[in-house]
Design a protein around this ligand. Structure first.
Ligand code: BT5
Length: 260
């Protein structure tokens, strides 16, 4: 019988580098690092089902079937960051999608802190550098848990990345992925705790620092509908507010639309 899961053996080297880079918080523990997995999302979902606690981190050196939203693929060559964190937010399932913006703020801050670069958040789940995608966030539910997957292009070899992607290495000296991941876990924990205790308000406030979109023209797709308008703001639920050509202001849910 084939083994039920196809991840490689544990990557002890990565586990000790990550353990050194993590702060004293609870996000990042326990830690499961692998050389290769189909997707860190599936390993984390299985661990969540087995009762692993909030904060559990799954890390892979590379993914064979990394994924984005709506069945899209996530290119995962060696040298990048591919991780999933298990959280168990005590909020209604309808609010879980906000986690991609909670994580987005944390990714932006961590990149800035470690590299001094200024990434932009592209609502709802991308981070851009020079207008090209440098990181993506994926949130999936598993029972009472949510799995937050984060991919960041870090390495020098951009050949395996899609056309509109960029790596942090395109700017200046190589950054240590373990240090970046450790910083990210700490920042994500802090924003997550703020989100749990105060709701979306502090995230909305912080987002304004990182979203480059407001005031600009956006094109959205929802199903077969295409909408054009001016991005105005993110509302108190994380929805994107767009003034359409008709003058009407519409609010778009994260799960519903893609930005073109
Ligand atoms: C995302 O989806 O941006 C979410 C990506 C989440 C990846 C992480 S890695 C760890 C964890 N394990 C996983 O299997 N996934 C998560 P979406 O918005 O649907 O964007 C997908 C699109 O981004 C693709 O259709 C490509 O156009 C583009 N893309 C693919 N790989 C990329 C990369 N490495 N860098 C930049 N863009 C990429």
């Amino acid at each position: 019988m084939p083994p039920p899961f196809r991840e490689s053996g544990r990557d002890c080297g990565a586990e000790s580098r990550l353990a050194e880079a993590l702060g004293p918080g609870r996000f990042g523990r326990p830690l499961h690092a692998f050389e290769r997995v189909p997707s860190t999302m599936d390993v984390a979902a299985r661990l969540a089902e087995q009762g692993e606690p909030e904060g559990t981190l799954v890390w892979a050196r590379r993914q064979e079937r990394g994924r984005g939203r709506l069945g899209r693929a996530w290119a995962s060559p060696e040298g990048g960051i591919y991780l999933s964190l298990i959280v168990r937010p005590p909020v209604p399932v309808s609010r879980r999608a906000q986690l991609s913006l909670v994580a987005g703020v944390a990714v932006a801050e961590a990149i800035h802190e470690v590299t001094r670069l200024g990434p932009q958040i592209r609502w709802p789940n991308d981070l851009l550098l020079d207008g090209r995608k440098v990181a993506g966030i994926l949130v999936e539910g598993k029972g009472d848990a949510a799995i937050v997957g984060i991919g960041i292009n870090v390495g020098r070899d951009a050949r395996a990345l899609p056309e509109h992607a960029i790596s942090l290495a395109a700017h200046g000296p190589a950054c240590d992925p373990y240090r970046l991941a450790g910083t990210l876990c700490g920042r994500f924990e802090a924003w997550y705790d703020a989100w749990i205790s105060e709701g979306f308000r502090p995230i909305r406030h912080e987002l304004r620092r990182w979203i480059g979109l407001f005031g600009g023209l956006v094109r959205l797709t929802r199903g077969s509908e295409e909408i054009e308008g001016q991005a105005l703001d993110v509302d108190e639920d994380g929805r994107l507010l767009v003034r359409c050509d008709s003058g009407l202001v519409r609010a778009f849910e994260m799960g519903d639309v893609s930005l073109l």
